[in-house]
Design a protein around this ligand. Structure first.
Ligand code: ASP
Ligand code: MG
Length: 840
């Protein structure tokens, strides 16, 4: 005998858990194991698709299609018989059970025959017909359990679930139901009772059902009546997931959830629960556990009063697809009063399912979400209700957008943690999803919004990631695979795991592009084989097998979480691409100076585009590679300091060259080495001309707010123009060699005067008033004690003389050229964006 003082457990198995003999086998193992722990009541629903088959059979019968109805019923009986024969094989009971199945089905056939004669079926007869499915499966399950040597008994729950006569969705009379449970619990305790789910009976003896998927509700009613320890729903998913796993592959089961959250989820599309399931639990405080029959050792999700103990962590995102957004816009303010109320009433009268209704703060616009298949009726109802306002043009024609998706974020902690809505909409903004309407539920446990149907996946994924992962992922597209590009890819490859572990930042390079080819892999490219990948043509690259990056790639990039376009080319005209990126919600990190040195209008428009689209445009590496030159300057300006002079050796390349020249290395040789080391621009001419240094000076000057053009720079090249203008590499290097004697003579003169050759830039904001050039860039002999004289190798330095740093300038100095440091600076910009977004 069981110890009567031990608490009951209630477990429920759904249709899918009984779809095949193999699954039934699992169920039996679980029942046996749970039975060891104390008194056990089992609730089962109809096996597999039985309920759907019976509903369809009724519909066919009512149309006189008896053959079809019989066929469907036979399918249902086949499921039952297959299970029975397999599970009971070797047990003498098979024949007895087959006879019982047959008896039930012959009654069912008679009923359907009646329906086909009457050509009519009512909600009442439909409930009775459906009851056969649940009765059959409970009856069989009781036999199955007995066949395993465990005492069991079939219980027809109609004998204890007392309901009203609302067929199809009956309401339970709890007082009467409880009395019946009380009267039988002593009998139930010693055996495993197997109860039908879903069914009830009116006091005058008619069969009812509790609404589709109602057997969970039966289980919680029983749990409450028996004052159970816990109610377990065994199903084929591992609990309540953080999102639909078909949409979000990273979705995972929540450990805990409150009743209220579960209710909210049920309301907003998680197909997990029949909303009424929670009522008996809320009233009794009994926990509900959802577990997976396929992974019985996993803890599953517990639904209880407390819910999520960790305020910072997981919540769930649901999406209801195939919805319609119906908009009512009031034109004239005096027409405003009571419109919302009337809209509500008109929809209520039609019995429409209204998911969400929102009203703009001023009451001029109001929108409701209804299922798409009800939108025509909704439109009709509103047009009727508002006819006179429409005719008088007091309101605009009612507008319906469909299909749309209602996306809902559910979080118990929502009310307690700050800025949930902000984070939700920021995450949608980051992936460029257009939010059509917003609504917060009265419970403040959820917040919903409407997005276009085609954005469903992107939107759910973005919101899910924003709330469920501590790590911030960024999807990077790298333009350019030269010295800096390859270094960057290498750095990401070697550091990605660390960044994820230590900084919670997941950097994924999803695309690499050069002048002739774009590769794209939304889940991230394998960075140990990217060179080979660039030679392949994969279907995912199909929209641009050949040719440079096009807008299509941006359109794909923008779908990924936190997309960043990284430009490590020196190409002209990239500003057009950047603007297209900003407009698509893509951030830009650039080492490319050109877009910042076009005419002032163009440059300002570019920065304005970033601002307007709330995108980051990070370009720290355009001056002094990864040295914090721009950041320092921005901070000075931001904090109200006044910059009087910026002076420096902006070009690590020219710094290196002048250093080598002073040390006696011939010019041509020094340039060659510099090029090999990746210190120069792709065309070393660009460095020698001073153009590159001039661009940097221009970038800084503009950062100060000075309106200045490239043509305003007083630029003197390191070597005469005639050499620089040679584009052919061989001719260029011969010319450098030919210039060597003259160069040497100049250097000799400087040495004898104790001077050092440096290539410097000066930005003097006050110079214009004195009629002098604001920007000057060129080779200058400096005395031994000048700060630039101590520069070694490719070191760069920038000195800011400001109101605050008047006597001793603020100096930023360090390695200022080279693929590795530039790449590191670019990566730092990427990480800064990720970090800032995570903090939001
Ligand atoms: N068999 C019923 C249905 O399919 C009840 C349930 O499965 O919970 O809706
Ligand atoms: Mg079911």
């Amino acid at each position: 005998m069981m110890n009567a003082s031990r608490k009951f457990r209630v477990v429920k198995f759904g249709g899918t858990s009984q779809a095949t003999p193999e699954r039934v086998g699992r169920v039996l193992e679980l029942i046996q194991a749970t039975h060891q722990q104390g008194p056990l009541a089992v609730v089962v629903s109809a096996a597999g698709p039985t309920t759907d088959l019976l509903i369809e059979a009724s519909a066919r019968a009512s149309k006189g299609d008896e053959d079809m109805a019989t066929g469907l019923v036979n399918q249902a009986s086949q499921i039952a018989l297959t299970n029975a024969r397999a599970v009971l094989s070797g047990h003498g009971e098979v024949l007895k059970v087959e006879a019982e199945v047959e008896a039930l089905f012959s009654n069912l056939r008679k009923l359907l025959y009646g329906v086909s004669l009457l050509r009519e079926y009512t909600a009442q007869s439909l409930d009775l017909i459906q009851s056969f499915g649940e009765r059959l499966s409970a009856l069989l399950m009781a036999e199955f359990v007995k066949s395993r040597g465990v005492p069991a008994r079939f219980v027809d729950a109609r004998d204890w679930v007392v309901t009203d006569a609302e067929f199809g969705s009956a309401t339970v009379d709890w007082t009467a139901t409880r009395e019946r449970i009380d009267a039988q619990r002593e009998e139930w305790a010693p055996v495993v009772t197997v109860h039908t789910g879903y069914l009830g009976r009116t006091p005058d003896g008619r069969t009812t059902t509790l609404g589709r998927n109602g057997s969970d509700y039966t289980a919680t009613l029983l749990g409450r009546g028996l004052d159970a320890e816990e109610v377990t729903i065994w199903t084929d998913v591992s609990g309540v997931m953080t999102a639909d796993p078909d949409i979000v592959p990273d979705a995972y089961p929540l450990r805990t959830l409150s009743y209220m959250e579960a209710l909210e989820l049920a309301t907003f599309g998680a197909k997990m629960f029949h909303p009424r399931t929670m009522i008996p639990l809320m009233e009794s405080g009994i926990p509900l556990r959802i577990r997976n029959t396929f992974t019985p050792d996993a803890p599953g999700t517990v639904v209880d009063t407390l819910g999520n103990r960790d305020e910072g962590s997981a919540t769930s995102v649901t999406s209801l697809e195939q919805q319609a957004l119906v908009d009512v816009q009031v034109q004239r303010l005096d027409a405003r009063p009571r419109i919302a109320e009337r809209v509500q009433r008109a929809l209520d009268r039609e019995n429409l399912t209204v998911w969400m209704g929102t009203q703009s703060a001023h009451g001029q616009a109001l929108s409701v979400v209804v299922p798409m298949d009800q939108s025509a009726r909704a439109l009709q109802a509103l047009e009727n209700e508002l006819r006179s306002e429409l005719e008088n043009h007091e309101i605009q024609p009612v507008h319906v957008s469909q299909p749309v998706t209602l996306l809902t974020l559910v979080a118990e902690a929502m009310g307690r943690s700050v800025n949930v809505a902000g984070r939700m909409f920021a995450s949608l903004g980051q992936v460029g999803v257009n939010v059509l309407s917003i609504g917060q539920s009265a419970s403040s446990r959820s917040i919903s919004c409407v997005v276009p149907a085609e954005e469903t996946h992107t939107a759910v994924q973005a919101v899910h990631d924003a709330f469920n992962f501590s790590h911030q992922s960024v999807a990077v597209c790298v333009l350019g695979k030269g010295v800096v590009g390859s270094q960057l890819l290498e750095q990401v490859r070697t550091q990605a795991a660390l960044l994820k572990r230590d900084n919670d930042i997941d950097v994924r390079v999803v695309s690499i592009a050069d002048r002739t080819k774009v590769v794209f892999a939304p889940d991230g490219l394998d960075l140990s084989a990217w060179r080979d990948r660039m030679l392949e043509n994969r279907p995912e690259d199909a929209d641009q097998t050949n040719g440079p990056l096009r807008i299509e790639t941006l359109d794909r990039l923008k779908r990924l979480p936190v997309p960043i376009l990284v430009d490590v080319t020196a190409a002209d005209g990239m500003e057009t691409l950047y603007r297209a990126a900003f407009e698509r919600g893509i951030h830009v990190v650039a080492a490319n100076k050109k877009p910042l040195t076009i005419d002032t209008e163009g440059r300002n428009a570019l920065l304005e585009s970033a601002r307007q689209n709330h995108r980051f445009y990070a370009y720290e590496t355009t001056v002094g590679a990864s040295l914090p030159v721009i950041e320092t300057l921005k901070n000075l300006v931001r904090t109200g300091d006044r910059v009087n002079l910026i002076e420096g050796s902006f070009s690590g390349t020219l710094g290196y060259l002048t250093h080598e020249l002073m040390a006696g290395v011939p010019l041509a040789q020094a340039v060659r080495t510099a090029k090999e080391l990746g210190y120069t621009e792709p065309q070393p001419q660009d460095d020698l001309s001073g153009l590159d240094a001039a661009r940097k000076a221009l970038i800084l000057a503009r950062e100060l707010g000075i309106r200045v053009e490239m043509t305003d720079v007083k630029l003197t090249p390191l070597v005469p123009e005639a050499i620089i203008s040679k584009t052919d590499p061989d001719q260029f290097f011969s010319a450098l060699e030919a210039y060597q004697p003259e160069m040497e003579a100049q250097l000799q003169r400087m040495r004898s005067e104790g001077q050092v050759l440096r290539y410097l830039a000066r930005i003097d904001p006050g110079a214009r008033e004195r009629g002098e050039p604001i920007l000057e860039v060129g080779p200058i002999p400096v005395p031994q004690d000048h700060p630039s004289s101590r520069l070694r190798g490719s070191e760069a330095f920038v000195a800011f003389t400001t109101q605050r740093y008047a006597e001793y300038p603020l100096i930023v100095q360090g390695a200022g050229a080279g693929g590795a440091v530039t790449a590191a600076g670019v990566l730092a910009d990427v990480l800064r964006i990720a970090q800032t977004l995570r903090g939001r």
